[in-house]
Design a protein around this ligand. Structure first.
Ligand SMILES: [Fe+2]
Ligand SMILES: [Fe+2]
Length: 271
């Protein structure tokens, strides 16, 4: 029996349950690999504009404005848990982002869906690693406030797949590549080797996610006959998105497809 991929994606996006959503995302990818879905084209005939925005939020964590999330020093066990909670929250949000890349944009090549379903399953695994570790520290996901700024970028780019690829995986996830080494250093300093091990797994996977963002962004730029590196900076400005913070993780970004020239212009914020 074949199933409708987009119905399954909608159900996973809508789930407000922190146990269920990662499971649903993982099962979609498993079923995709087992060829259980009807041909993508047969159920795809709808424009991104008509696809609803679905984002089931759990009762906890409390969602606050970014600036109200308390600063975290990993020197205390509670501070360390808060820091890991913030990373877990990003992973949880990233499940919905990847699901929405696949849900919203129809009539794309088969590989487009294969790539983002794989990423959604990766994010579910990252969330599980961090949540499991938080629990060993006596905390759980939901115990600290969090912000919803990543999803806001998904909302802003909901009508245009080229912008979505630029702003979400190629900009926001790439900012995660830059943010990881300082967090890793702090955790290493306080001797939390398990947290460091988990962050290393995540960073490695995240390079591939940014590389997929790069791959699809360039694909849509070829289609529209625009220069990707110029277009990217133009979109950062147009969507009022944050520029990469310095120092950038240049090695990781190069592996993910950024050229030296582009890194230089991003560092100088040349629009
Ligand atoms: Fe992740
Ligand atoms: Fe990711």
């Amino acid at each position: 029996m074949t199933e409708n991929l987009f119905h399954r994606l909608q159900a996973a996006l809508a789930s407000p349950d922190i146990d269920q959503k990662p499971l649903l995302a993982t099962r979609i990818f498993d079923d995709w690999r087992a060829n259980k879905f009807a041909a993508v084209d047969a159920v795809a005939d709808v424009a991104a504009l008509e696809v609803p925005l679905v984002h089931g939020l759990p009762a906890r964590p409390e969602i606050v404005f970014g600036s109200k999330v308390p600063r975290r020093s990993p020197a205390t066990p509670e501070g360390r848990a808060a820091l890991l909670h913030a990373v877990a929250h990003i992973e949880y949000a990233a499940i919905d982002l990847a699901l929405d890349h696949a849900f919203r944009f129809r009539r794309q090549p088969r590989d487009y869906y294969a790539d983002w379903l794989r990423v959604a399953a990766d994010e579910a695994r990252h969330f599980g690693l961090l949540r499991g570790y938080l629990q060993t520290l006596g905390y759980d996901y939901g115990d600290f406030p969090a912000h919803d700024s990543l999803w806001q970028m998904a909302v802003k780019t909901k009508d245009d797949v080229l912008s979505r690829m630029a702003i979400v995986p190629r900009l926001m996830e790439a900012r995660g590549l830059d943010a990881t080494p300082p967090i890793r250093a702090k955790l290493l300093q306080v001797g939390d080797h398990e947290a460091v091990r988990i962050l290393d797994i995540i960073l490695n996977d995240e390079i591939t996610h940014v590389a997929l963002g790069d791959k699809w962004f360039r694909y849509f730029c070829v289609d529209k006959e625009v220069d990707p590196e110029t277009k990217y900076r133009e979109l950062i400005v147009r969507y009022k998105a944050p520029w990469p913070a310095l120092p950038m993780n240049e090695a990781a970004r190069r592996s993910a497809g950024f050229s030296d020239g582009e890194l230089q212009r991003l560092a100088q914020r040349i629009p």
